[in-house]
Structures are given as C-alpha cells and as structure tokens.
Design a protein around this ligand. Structure first.
Ligand SMILES: Cc1cc2nc3c(=O)[nH]c(=O)nc-3n(C[C@H](O)[C@H](O)[C@H](O)COP(=O)(O)OP(=O)(O)OC[C@H]3O[C@@H](n4cnc5c(N)ncnc54)[C@H](O)[C@@H]3O)c2cc1C
Length: 160
C-alpha cells in the first residue's frame, strides 16, 4: 500500500527546539513533560499504525492552567500542537509531526458537573465513556455512546 508523505517539519522550529523545550520545562511540573524518545514513542501514532512520527515533546497536563501554559509557549514559538485523547482514532488525527508538541488529555478526566434535570454533564476532555457511565451509575442514568463499541457491552440477562 503506498503511504502518503508526511509534511516536512519546519527546520526553524527544529533549530529552536532546545529553547522551546526549556520554555515548556519552565511552564510545567517535571512529570508533565515527556521528551525522552523511548517514552514519546507511545505517542508516535494513533490506531492508524502505518504512520509514525516522533514529536518534539509530549505534554501531559492535569489542569486547564497547564493546558493554557503549553498553548502559550507553543503559540509564542509558533509550534504546532496535536491534541490527543486515548489515541484510538483510526484516521491519523492524533499523528504528530517532528516539529510539533502533543498535548495528551489522559490526565484530564474529572467529572465537573452533572445536571440530571437538563440531561447535561460537563467533563474534562480526556475522560472515557466508561468513566462517564460510572459517574452516572449512582443516579440510575446512563450515557449512550454513539455506537455500542465505545463501551463494553452490558451483560445480558439469561433466562433459565
Ligand atoms: C477498536 C476501535 C473501536 C472503536 N469504536 C468506536 C465506536 O464504537 N464508536 C465511535 O464513535 N468511535 C469508535 N472508534 C473510533 C475512536 O474511538 C474515535 O476516533 C475517538 O473519537 C477517538 O478518541 P480519542 O480520545 O482516542 O482521540 P484521539 O485518537 O487521540 O484523537 C482523535 C482526534 O481528536 C482530536 N482530539 C483528541 N482529543 C482532543 C481534545 N481534547 N481537544 C481537541 N481535539 C482533540 C485529535 O487531534 C484527533 O484529531 C473506535 C476505534 C477503535 C480503534
């Protein structure tokens, strides 16, 4: 199968990568920035594994303020940002480029507000369907994903 060419990285960004990484380190807790290639490898692709590319860095923020800090640094330095949830997209949507920073949302998994009367729930962007369902379980409500495969199938009652 012929592969589509990846976009060429911006050589200017690559040349400035030490300053960019220093600015990210200054903006985030130490454990919220991944730069070692052996660790960023897990973020080189999504479920479309035919394409892989190591990013400059992976940021794993825990708060909105940390997301804003990463966006500020990347904006100031003209660095592309790749948002990533669980990386299950089959379309390469979370595939980085060499000159980009991945923002992984997997630590942003809080339920912020449940408003049953208005059938409304506000959550952070990295939460899974399963965790939303678990948060709603005590209320006897449930969230139906767009397709059942997004969550494990409910166990079926069997008649004796
Ligand atoms: C085995 C399998 C089964 C699947 N079953 C279903 C199914 O039943 N129903 C269904 O709907 N889908 C299904 N999918 C598709 C997949 O779950 C969707 O593509 C899902 O949207 C990916 O979510 P993610 O968090 O992994 O996002 P990623 O793969 O990380 O990203 C998907 C896209 O969203 C962007 N993105 C991610 N997080 C953010 C954010 N916080 N802010 C802005 N943009 C963001 C990324 O840049 C990318 O473009 C399935 C996929 C697989 C591999």
């Amino acid at each position: 199968m012929p592969l589509i060419s990846m976009p060429e990285p911006d050589p200017d960004i690559l040349a400035r990568s030490p300053q960019i990484l220093a600015a990210l380190r200054a903006a985030l807790p130490a454990d919220a920035l991944v730069t070692d290639p052996s660790e960023t490898r897990a973020y080189d692709c999504d479920a479309l594994t035919a394409y892989r590319c190591a990013p400059l860095a992976v940021a794993l923020p825990r708060t909105t303020e940390e997301v804003a800090a990463v966006m500020r640094v990347c904006g100031d330095h003209g660095v592309p940002v790749i948002p990533r949830g669980a990386g299950t997209s089959l379309a390469g949507g979370a595939l980085p480029t060499t000159d980009s920073v991945v923002i992984g949302a997997m630590r942003l998994r809080e339920v912020l507000e449940i408003d049953l009367e208005n059938r409304f729930i506000r959550v952070q962007s990295g939460i899974t369907n399963l965790s939303v369902s678990a948060a709603l379980a005590p209320t006897a409500s449930s969230m139906r994903p767009t397709r059942p495969r997004s969550s494990p199938a409910p166990s079926r009652a069997t008649s004796p």
